[in-house]
Write a protein that binds this ligand. Structure first.
Ligand code: GYZ
Length: 470
């Protein structure tokens, strides 16, 4: 009832032609604009993260009773219509003998990841930590040890921040409801929300170095009808862990609106809707006004380990590197997914990606870390990024023009005083008002070259360039 009334009120407001008054909200956005505290600045400056999807689904890896299911491997339970009791018994097989948290962390460090987001619990409900709120956890597997603790310690030891993915949707828990259609549903789901709050409290308390919470599994009506809980959780986590960063995907407002509240304001600390897709560098420039993160799979749609990657396109290291640069150029974070096998090994394709991207990041990480949207017009050859301070603008070139001339359109009155590639000057040619050619040395480029521009804004423009009077 409440939701319908709210939407009706909103519709009437707009239909009456009056200016759209803000709808009073209790559970909407708690602030507007980008957070500028140290914790958020660190989250933002990290720019490049490793997503890890690891759970019981990694054991069958998309194959059940000899049949391969091409849908996302972490959804095999539903794809293969496996009864919960059968699926849950996978817990007694979970013994990742090849798991080595320090090796994973070293690989992520070598790749250039500054943060890692781990699925503490995915939709299946299995917990990688010894939760006191359910027996369906790592402590009751042959492995026994607290995998989450091992990962947090190993990644932190490499200087990598650790963030927790948490699926509210929980196929294992008897009180989970997709919708609230009866008083019994309400009672059960209230118990479920207390369970989830308890798990989140223990995650925030028992792993004190956690920096952010990545919520998922919040798209069903049951959550939309409990927007109050989503705000309560965000506030609880930030009380236990001051500075914690929470994604928009957790949040629903008084009327069930998600990510963006009924007044058009972003909820949570950053927008997390870019999943396996990126904003368009021309049409979607508005995303530069808020913090956001894109998460990306290597195959077309596999987050958990799948035994057969031949069924869809597997992105190359260069494709993924371009996505990282594209994301940074629009002021976003890029979270690249790894799906370790059930035995704890990392597949060869993912190791190759880590090595290849890492080699480039070793030389060029300064155009990603602590960099942001430059505010310059997108050009065909690639992307601009800009460090937080100074008069530098970076050019990361993915499309080498036949004539070797990189066109740069600059904000009115800007002058390019110097351009260097790997520390060596390259020619800057002013070709029209606020337009330059940067001469790219002609050679075969196996990886994207980076040109660093020193730009001086507001200089007197060259009088001979007059706009045509058409
Ligand atoms: C990061 C991904 O997040 C998911 N889903 O994200 C969604 O936003 N799903 C969605 C999107 C639109 C409508 C309904 C669900 C999960 O189901 C998936 O296994 C993975 O963990």
């Amino acid at each position: 009832m409440k939701i319908k009334t709210g939407i009706l009120a909103l519709a009437l407001t707009f239909s009456a032609g009056v200016s759209a008054q803000e709808v009073p909200l209790k559970y909407g956005a708690q602030y507007t604009g980008k957070r500028t505290d140290e914790a958020m600045n660190k989250w933002r400056g990290n720019r490049f993260g490793q997503f890890i999807h690891w759970g019981l689904y990694a054991i069958p890896g998309g194959v059940w009773n000899g049949k391969t299911y091409n849908y996302a491997a972490e959804f095999l339970k539903s794809s293969a219509k496996i009864p919960t009791s059968t699926w849950d018994s996978l817990m007694y097989q979970f013994n990742p003998v090849k798991f080595n948290a320090r090796q994973w962390a070293k690989m992520a460090k070598q790749m250039g990841a500054r943060y890692m987001t781990i699925t503490t619990k995915h939709h299946e409900g299995f917990c990688l930590w010894p939760s006191q709120y359910t027996d369906f956890n790592i402590g009751n597997t042959p492995y026994k040890k607290d995998i989450l603790k091992e990962l947090v310690e190993a990644y932190n030891a490499e200087g990598i921040d650790v963030n927790f993915y948490y699926s509210v949707l929980d196929w294992h828990h008897p009180d989970w409801r997709y919708d609230i259609k009866s008083p019994e549903d309400s009672v059960a789901f209230r118990r479920f929300l207390q369970f989830a709050s308890g798990q989140l409290r223990e995650l925030a308390t028992n792993y004190p170095t956690v920096k952010a919470f990545w919520f998922d599994g919040t798209w069903d009506n049951s959550i939309k009808k409990n927007g109050w809980w989503t705000l309560e959780v965000e506030q609880m986590l930030k009380k236990i862990r001051p500075g914690a960063v929470v994604n928009s995907r957790l949040r629903a407002d008084d009327f069930g609106k998600r990510h963006i509240d009924s007044n058009g304001k972003l909820m949570g600390d950053y927008e997390s809707g870019y999943e396996r897709r990126l904003p368009n560098p021309v049409k979607d420039v508005q995303v530069t006004r808020w913090d956001w993160e894109a998460c990306m799979t290597v195959p077309e749609n596999q987050w958990g380990y799948h035994k057969d990657w031949s069924v869809s396109h597997v992105k190359s290291p260069l494709e993924l590197l371009e996505m990282l640069v594209h994301t940074t150029s629009m002021g976003g974070n890029f979270l690249l997914n790894f799906g370790p096998a059930g035995d704890g090994s990392i597949r060869a394709e993912e190791q190759h990606i880590a090595r290849t991207i890492g080699a480039w990041m070793q030389q060029n990480g300064q155009v990603i870390y602590d960099c942001d949207y430059a505010g310059w017009e997108k050009q065909d050859w690639g992307y601009f990024t800009k460090p937080r301070t100074g008069n530098i603008v970076n050019m990361v070139v993915f499309n080498i023009p036949v004539n070797g001339l990189l066109k740069v359109k600059v904000p009115a009155g800007t002058k390019i005083s110097k351009a260097t590639l790997a520390g060596k000057n390259v020619k800057v040619e002013e070709i029209a008002k606020d337009q330059f050619f940067i001469h790219l040395p002609q050679q075969a480029y196996k990886m994207p070259p980076v040109i660093v521009l020193e730009a001086v804004g507001g200089a007197k423009t060259n009088a001979q360039y007059q706009e045509a009077k058409t």
